[in-house]
Design a protein around this ligand. Sequence first.
Ligand code: G4P
Length: 529
Amino acid sequence: MKYEKEINRRKTFAIISHPDAGKTTLTEKFLLFGGAIQTAGAVKSNKIKKHATSDFMEIERQRGISVATSVMTFEYNDTLINLLDTPGHKDFAEDTYRTLTAVDSVVLVVDSVNGVEDQTRRLMEVCRMRDTPVIVFINKMDRDGKNRFDLLEEIENELHISLHPMTWPINSGKDFKGVYNLYDKTLQLFTANTKAEDDEDKVVIEDLSTSILDEKIGDKDAAQLREDVELVEGVYGDLKVQDYLDGKIAPVFFGSAINNFGVKEMLDTFIQIAPVPRSRETTKRTVDVGEEKFSGFIFKIHANLDPKHRDRIAFLRVCTGRFERNKYYHHVRLDKDIRFSNPYSFLARSKDVIEDAYPGDVVGLFDTGNFKIGDTLTEGEDYYFTGIPSFSPEIFKELVNKDPMKTKQLEKGISQLTDEGVAQLFTQFGGNKKIIGCVGELQFEVIQYRLLQEYGAACEFRPLPFYKACWLTSNDTKKLEEFLRFKQANSAEDKDGNPVYLAQSEWFLNTEIQNNPEITFHFTSEIHK
Ligand code: G4P
C-alpha cells in the first residue's frame, strides 16, 4: 500500500452525547493531552444556550464557533487524531448524523446521573446502522449517580449494544474514590483536577486480595470492589477487540471529564484499539482504503458567516489516496473536473491552507455552490459513497412567499439551503406547495433569517399537521402511482424526485403500512443507494 504509513497512523472519530453530558469538557481534555491547547477553558461550548432560541446573534455565534471547531486535529503518542465536532443542540441533530458518516469510530459520553437520554438513543441508532465501533465514557462519577450495574444494564437495554467494562468505579458522588483498571490491574485514586501527565495516584494491584487495597480505600470499599470485580470478570471475560471493531461490543470507562479523571485511560486504549481508516462501499464497488487514486465525499456544508460573501465551506472526508492542492478532481454528480487552490485543514487553533491530505483527514473546500451533501470526488471513476442517510424531519411547515417580486431569490435560496442540509424540501403532488421539514423549530428561524439576509427573500411558515416523512418504494409501479394519487394531500416528492408519504400520526402511518403491503415505507432515505 503506497500510503500505508499515513493511513495507519490516523484515527478519525467523533464524541457524541446528549447535551450537557460533558462532550465539550471531554473534547477539551483530549486536546490538552494532544498539546493542541494549553489551558482549560479554551474550547468554547458550541451549544446554544437553552433560553436563547430566538436570538439570531446567538445563531450566528453558534455558526461561527462550530466552523472553527468543526474538526480538531492533534497528535498523541505518534497517532494523528482527527476529532470531528458535532453540534450540541438537538435541532441540529441531522448535522450530527451526517458527521457520523465521516468518522471511523465514536466515543459516547453518558451522564452517570441522567443515564441514557433521548439524543443518546438517536445517535446510537445511527452508529448501529453503520456498525460504527463505540467506546462509552460514563461521566460525572464525582456526582451521586445511578448504581453502576443498573446503569450498565440500562445502557445495554436501551441502546441495544453489549458493553465491556474496562475500568470499575469505587462508589460515586462525594464517596467516589477512583477506578480500578481491569486490564492493567491498577488502582487510580480520585483527585480533582488531575494534570495531563499525572500518574502519582496510580497503584499497581496485581492481586486484589492484597491488604494495600484496604489501606488505600478502606475495608468496606475494598471488600465491595473485590466482590464487584469477581462478578464483572465472570460476566464479561476478556475484551475481543474484533467484536469492538465490528460494532458489537462497546468498551466502557468510568470517569469525570471536568476533573480530567479516567480520561487518559480511555485515550490510551482508544489509540490502541480504535480503527484506522477502512475500506468503504460505493454505488459501484467496495473501494479499498489502500487504493492509490484519490477519492472522498462531502458530508457537511457550512455557509459563510459574512452575508456579503456567498461562498461556503464544504467538508470533504478523504477516503483513499492523496488529496493534493491545485490538482483537478472529478466531481461525479456534475461530471466536471475542479481543482482547489485553497483547501483548508482544521487545526485546533486556526485554519491553515494545506498541500495534501490522506485517508481519514477532513479538508475544507471553498464552494461557490458546486456541492451538495453526499457529493463524491474521484480521479475520474464514476461512483458515489453509500451510507449517507437522510432522516425523516419531525416538524413540517409550508413555505409561503411574502414578496412575489423575489420568487426567484426565494427559490434559489431554499434550494441552496437544502443542499447544505439545513432542512429538507418536499413538493406536494398535484399542487406546488413547498413543504420544509426540519428536526427542530430553531432551523425554521435560521432559514427565515438567512433567506432574508443572504437572498433578500421574505417568507413565512404555516404549520402543517404531519409528524413523519416516509420514502416509498414498490416493485408495483402502478400500485405506487395509484397510492400517491389517492393520498394526494399526504404525498410529495423530495428534492431528488423520490416519492414520499407524509403521515399525520403513527396511527395513520400504521394503517397505510397495513393496507398497502405492496409498498415499502422507509424511515430514512439514502442519498446514494
Ligand atoms: P456538552 O458539551 O455535552 O453539552 O457538555 P459540557 O461539556 O458543556 O458539560 C455540561 C456541564 O457539565 C458543564 O457545566 C460542565 O462543567 C459539567 N461537567 C462536565 N464534566 C463533568 C464532571 O465530570 N463532573 C461534574 N460534576 N460536572 C461535569 P455547566 O455548569 O453547564 O457549564 P460551565 O458553566 O461549567 O461551563
